[in-house]
Design a protein around this ligand. Structure first.
Ligand SMILES: *Cc1c(COP(=O)(O)O)cnc(C)c1O
Length: 427
């Protein structure tokens, strides 16, 4: 299957006609459990000696198709679907971390990720060091003996920032650590982080992958290339697992070690499982990913260019614009375009932003992005509200900034709506 082009994989990867009925579309296997052939079959499944379906907290045939598809689209070996993007982030870190361990992460992350990493993971005894990923010496210097991963976004949400993934991968690899890349804003259509050296790729499938704002979902894709046994730093994957009679995941499953651990321990015990209905909606969305992303990018380029020339606008951070300091990274990291997401700063400040979002008619003011419909949010008063002003600015969500997620409507209609709202905001 991997010899096919990307657009063919969107439709066919992981999917085959249903063996029971011949159904051409992947059925929604709305079942909790699966009948064992006999007691020996059941025992083999529970011992991980045979791969099969036991209980839908662990595996489900609809979800399995999505997992295989995502692994192929990202060029990885395996994938584990999760109930949300945030669940995927915890599932990515869980096998690597332990009390007292830390991750080195980019300051330019989705606001929810900053909160998850700066606050919530402390409850597990984990911590995160936030570093500017434009300063790779600082990233390398932040790594210590207790660091277990380096984490960044490919195209960062929301700041119009593109990470030099090749440089980040080199720093991680020199330190013997995995690089984890959140590829939500780019999707594998625009960027394939594994080709730049990423070990793991995480997604919020809630966004562009499903594409129309219907479900929450996440996925962790494993490149299968990291040597979990080399350093002794990843005992969950390299050392005997008591719950499976001393089985060593890396020794037994090789490049699928992370994926098997994610299902057999992660989903089993953390239970952040994607449900088959959500997997179905995501599978439907992915079929049109290329068509949609092309239109998202084309529209974003037009709208961002128009906004940049507007008198009420202080600036637009879209890496697709030649004015962006990150424009030169587009060719390296995401040659088909810089995505559908950017921020606009208004000269009128916080007040103008609030008036602007309240005056839009076609755009919806919501806490979401990556929808077929155009969306806006004033991050400083919503998603990034819990952050200090310093963190807001570092994350590209200063008080005078509005985040825009460009949909696949007619660009001229979007521009007309923005024009009338900007007129109201500047009076
Ligand atoms: C939305 C988002 C997340 C979190 O995903 P959920 O599905 O909402 O849990 C993580 N990273 C990025 C870049 C996002 O946009």
């Amino acid at each position: 299957m991997s010899e096919y082009g990307f657009d063919t994989l969107l439709i066919h990867a992981g999917a085959r006609p249903d063996p029971a009925t011949g159904a051409r579309q992947t059925p929604i296997y709305q079942t909790t459990a699966y009948v064992f052939r006999d007691a020996d079959h059941a025992a083999a499944l529970f011992n991980l000696q045979e791969v099969g379906f036991i209980y839908s907290r662990l595996t489900n045939p609809t979800v399995a198709v999505l997992q295989e598809k995502m692994a192929m689209l990202e060029g990885g070996q395996g994938a584990v679907c999760c109930s949300s993007g945030h669940a995927a982030q915890i599932m990515a870190l869980f096998p690597l971390m332990g009390p007292g361990k830390n991750i080195v992460v980019s300051t330019r992350l989705y606001g929810g990720s900053i909160t998850q990493f700066s606050q919530t993971i402390h409850r597990f005894g984990w911590s995160a060091k936030f570093v500017d990923f434009d300063d790779m010496d600082a990233v390398a210097a932040a790594i210590d003996d207790d660091t277990r991963a380096v984490f960044c976004e490919s195209i960062a949400n929301p700041g119009g920032y593109i990470t030099d993934l090749d440089a980040a991968a080199k720093v991680a690899s020199d330190a013997g650590l995995p690089l984890i890349v959140d590829n939500t804003s780019a999707t594998p259509y625009l960027c394939r982080p594994i080709e730049h050296g990423a070990t793991l790729v995480v997604h919020s499938m809630t966004k562009f992958l499903t594409g129309n704002g219907t479900v929450t979902g996440g996925v962790v894709v494993d490149s299968g290339t990291f040597d979990w046994s080399a350093s002794g730093k990843f005992p969950s994957l390299s050392e005997p697992e008591p719950a499976y009679h001393g089985l060593k995941f890396h020794e037994t499953f090789g490049p699928l070690a992370f994926t098997f651990h994610g299902i057999a321990v992660g989903l089993r015990d953390l239970g952040m499982t994607l449900n088959p209905q959500a997997a179905h909606y995501t599978l439907m969305g992915i079929e049109t990913l290329s068509l949609r992303m092309k239109k998202h990018v084309g529209n974003a380029e037009k709208v961002a260019g128009w906004l940049e020339g507007h008198a009420a606008v202080e600036g637009v951070t879209y890496a697709g614009l030649p004015s962006s300091p990150y424009h030169s990274r587009v060719a390296q990291i995401c040659p088909k375009g810089a995505g559908g997401l950017f921020t606009v700063a208004l000269k009128g400040g916080y007040e103008a932003c609030v008036k602007f979002v309240d005056s839009l008619e076609l755009f919806s003011h919501v806490a979401n992005l990556g929808d077929t419909r155009s969306l806006v949010i004033h991050s400083a008063s919503t998603t990034h509200r819990q952050l200090s002003e310093e963190q807001q600015i570092a994350a590209g969500a200063a008080p005078n900034v509005v985040r825009i997620s460009i949909g696949i409507e007619d660009a001229d209609d979007l521009i007309r709506d923005l024009d009338q709202a900007l007129a109201k905001a500047s009076t």
